[in-house]
Design a protein around this ligand. Structure first.
Ligand code: 3PG
Length: 395
């Protein structure tokens, strides 16, 4: 795919797809990570003489204007991150958008209203894509985290004008390639989270690509049950045990070693600081539930990390939202962070809860790369082609 240096943008309007789908409470952005990550691309476009016109979605308004989902509410946070005024257009296409673009001068930045206010966005309607494309002269996509959507602003527009990846998109793709596409081996993937059913394709894809697969979180309980362990009233999908066995068989055939908990932290209640005990993996009492990986498991995980060159991390090991059941996730995260700092491990993490868990452990800054993507990261781990990336590759 092309990068910023491949596009002639001097004096041109650069239609730039970014991800501004940030958490907002009472009209205030509560986490500005995604906003900060697009700043270098916006500045780089300006340095090359281009005028960035930002295009993004917010939440899921389903093709209608929903006032509480207006992108206007992220303007102050964007202005703060950029250190400059940001113009805002109340529409993403049509007269008001065209007039806002026509009024721009070099050095300006314009943000268009939520593209998902228009049904044509998610339908990837060619007419809507053409109205977006009509606003600018070249296109930059810096929204890796929305690249799993084949929408007009992520896919359609890329096929209508000269298109390139922004700096964040480029960094995301490079990191992912280093983790799974063309990694230094051995590679270990740590996959946690609640359900096997939502990560089936992901596990199926990973066992063919990684040397070690560590399974944690609620998902591990389903695997333990499949092996005949007593898991009491732990969160698990009992109808998925055959699937778990199939994944284990597939892993064995592919020479991928699966690591399940050896010991577990169990409690009778799902509640912060609930009385708990550490037991061997197969001994959870009938009236208790597994809420975290135990210390022996964490030691074993550290050992696997030490033996590997590359780590791909998705999902927490236990109920990381409630102490002390965050201990396993925190300790494993610290081990990965230490090895990364010592230059012994390339660590890449991403997907929904993962970043929150690593931030909570206070080690996110030590990882080699943390993706801004949730759903897109998972689809990439499943081995799927991301339409937004494919359109850039074809450009
Ligand atoms: C995200 O927040 O993961 C992306 O912005 C995509 O949002 P979506 O899941 O609503 O398409």
């Amino acid at each position: 795919f092309k990068t910023l240096d491949d596009l002639d943008m001097d004096g041109k309007i650069v239609l730039t797809r970014v991800d501004l789908n940030v958490p907002v409470e009472n009209g205030q952005v509560t986490d500005t990570t995604r906003i900060e990550k697009i700043v270098p691309t916006i500045k780089a476009i300006q340095e090359r003489g281009g005028i960035p016109v930002l295009m993004a979605h917010f939440d899921r308004p389903k093709g209608q204007r929903v006032d509480s989902m207006s992108l206007k509410q992220v303007v102050p946070a964007l202005e703060k991150a950029l250190g400059q005024k940001v113009e805002f257009a109340d529409e993403a296409v049509g007269g008001p958008a065209k007039r806002a673009v026509a009024a721009l001068k070099p050095g300006d930045v314009l943000l268009l209203e939520n593209t998902r206010f228009y049904p044509g966005e998610e339908e990837n309607d060619p007419t809507f894509a053409a109205s977006l494309a009509a606003l600018g002269e070249v296109y930059v996509n810096d929204a890796f985290s929305a690249a799993h959507r084949a929408h007009a602003s992520t896919e359609g527009v890329a096929r209508l004008m000269p298109a390139a990846a922004g700096l964040l998109m480029e960094a995301e793709l490079k990191a992912l390639d280093a983790a799974l596409g063309n990694p230094e081996r051995p590679v270990v993937a740590l996959v946690g989270g609640a359900k096997v059913s939502t990560k089936l394709d992901l596990l199926g894809n990973l066992v063919e690509k990684v040397d070690h697969l560590i399974i944690g979180g609620g998902m591990a309980n389903t695997f333990l049950a499949a092996k005949g362990a007593e898991i009491g009233k732990s969160l698990a999908e009992r109808d998925m045990t055959d699937t778990a066995l199939e994944i284990m068989a597939k892993a064995e055939a592919a020479n991928c070693q699966i690591h399940l908990p050896i010991d577990v932290v169990v409690a009778k209640e799902f509640k912060a600081n609930a009385p708990h005990e550490i037991l061997p993996d197969e001994e959870c009492p009938q009236d208790a539930m597994i809420l975290d990986a135990g210390p022996e498991t964490v030691d074993a995980i550290r050992g696997v990390f030490e033996a590997c060159r590359t780590l791909l991390w998705n999902g927490p090991l236990g109920a990381f939202e409630i102490p002390p059941f965050d201990a396993g996730t925190n300790a494993a995260a610290r081990a990965a962070a230490d090895l990364t700092r010592e230059g012994r491990l390339i660590s890449v993490a991403g997907g929904g809860d993962t970043v929150a868990a690593l931030n909570k452990a206070g080690v996110a800054g030590d990882f080699t790369f943390i993706s801004t993507a949730g759903g897109a990261f998972l689809e990439w781990m499943e081995g799927k082609e991301l339409p937004g990336v494919a359109a850039l590759e074809d450009a």
